[in-house]
Design a protein around this ligand. Structure first.
Ligand code: 3EB
Length: 311
């Protein structure tokens, strides 16, 4: 089997394993309903091998390439509600993945509308966490994949779960500055969110660090409420801590300079300029930074970012 060699960029030549679009839905695009505010216009391509093969059913699109697989599960939440819809999406995902040649889930993206609607334990994000926890098993949680969960602007009834899987396990990383999400205290919801802070995948120069949604959280506490610039700085402190851990664990050097792609989710469009200015103080490759409109799952936070890093 071809060795997995993931590259993320905005080239549009051959069909990649996964191609994310943030503008209009189009064939061959994994469409995310988070408006593009700034950054690359072309679709974000995740390429592994030269050839791809597709399998489709009503709820699932599975594409394979070079020993990896991308699965996109889309569930209509209208009849079910977000909790049961999430449970259904994750059951579908796990049953498709576990039997396959790419049984290791490395990274997941979750998008649904109105993520902060509802109060206390009824908040939609918390119900999503309950649905996810109900569907997954011990294997999923030991340790869980890297992930993103963002509130999109899409049609309110679609839950999109996108998973990147491999024939080979990754290494899940935690951030020493942050409480593992699965140990968040009860105050943040009836079940703690099941995700790791990053996944280290591949080997040698083909190694990649896939960083989960990362925000201005230290320990389990949200910091710098109302201060975009300080939230960006704290988030980059978290990102640098993860790059350091990845370097220690891999024996390669991971830095911001190795960034292949950075996605920054901004809650308020009006905060774009301030966010861009703050990000520019940290990032060497500004042309690889995509700014998207998205809701962060903690309402007191205004920005979150995720990225892919090469050594
Ligand atoms: C955080 O650090 C921010 O529930 O899958 C980031 C990434 C967040 C993934 C998830 C949530 C998730 O807690 C929120």
């Amino acid at each position: 089997m071809t060795r997995s060699h993931l590259r993320v960029n905005w080239c549009s030549d051959a069909e990649p394993l996964l191609r994310f679009g943030f503008e209009q839905p189009a064939p061959g695009l994994c469409h995310v309903a988070c408006a593009r505010l700034a950054g690359p216009v072309a679709a974000e391509s995740w390429r592994v091998g030269d050839d791809v093969s597709d399998t489709r059913s009503d709820t699932l699109h599975l594409r394979r390439s070079g020993g990896m697989a991308a699965l996109h599960v889309r569930v209509d939440e209208r009849a079910l509600g977000i909790e049961a819809a999430t449970q259904s999406a994750y059951r579908t995902l796990l049953s498709a993945v576990r039997e396959s040649r790419e049984p290791y889930i490395l990274r997941i993206w979750n998008y649904f509308a109105r993520i902060n609607a509802g109060d206390g334990d009824d908040e939609r994000y918390r119900r999503f966490c309950v649905g996810r926890a109900r569907a997954v098993d011990a294997a999923f949680n030991s340790p869980p994949p890297a992930a993103t969960a963002i509130g999109s602007d899409g049609e309110p009834h679609w839950l999109d779960v996108i998973a990147l899987c491999s024939h080979r396990a990754g290494i899940a990383l935690e951030n020493p500055r942050q409480t593992p999400a699965w140990q968040y205290p009860r105050a943040f919801g009836p079940v703690s969110p099941g995700f790791s802070r990053a996944a280290l995948i591949g080997a040698g120069n083909a190694q990649r660090l896939l960083v989960s949604g990362t925000a201005s959280i230290v320990g389990h506490v949200s910091l710098h409420r109302g201060d975009i610039s300080a939230q960006v700085d704290e988030t980059f402190a978290n990102l640098r801590a993860l790059l350091d851990i990845a370097s220690t664990r891999s024996g390669h050097v991971f830095t911001l300079d190795g960034c292949e792609s950075l996605r920054v989710y901004v809650r308020q469009r009006d905060d774009l300029a301030a966010t861009q200015a703050a990000v520019a103080r940290h990032m060497p490759h500004r042309e690889r930074v995509l700014f998207l409109r998205g809701d962060i799952c903690r309402r007191e936070l205004d920005i979150e970012l995720e990225g892919v890093f090469a050594p």
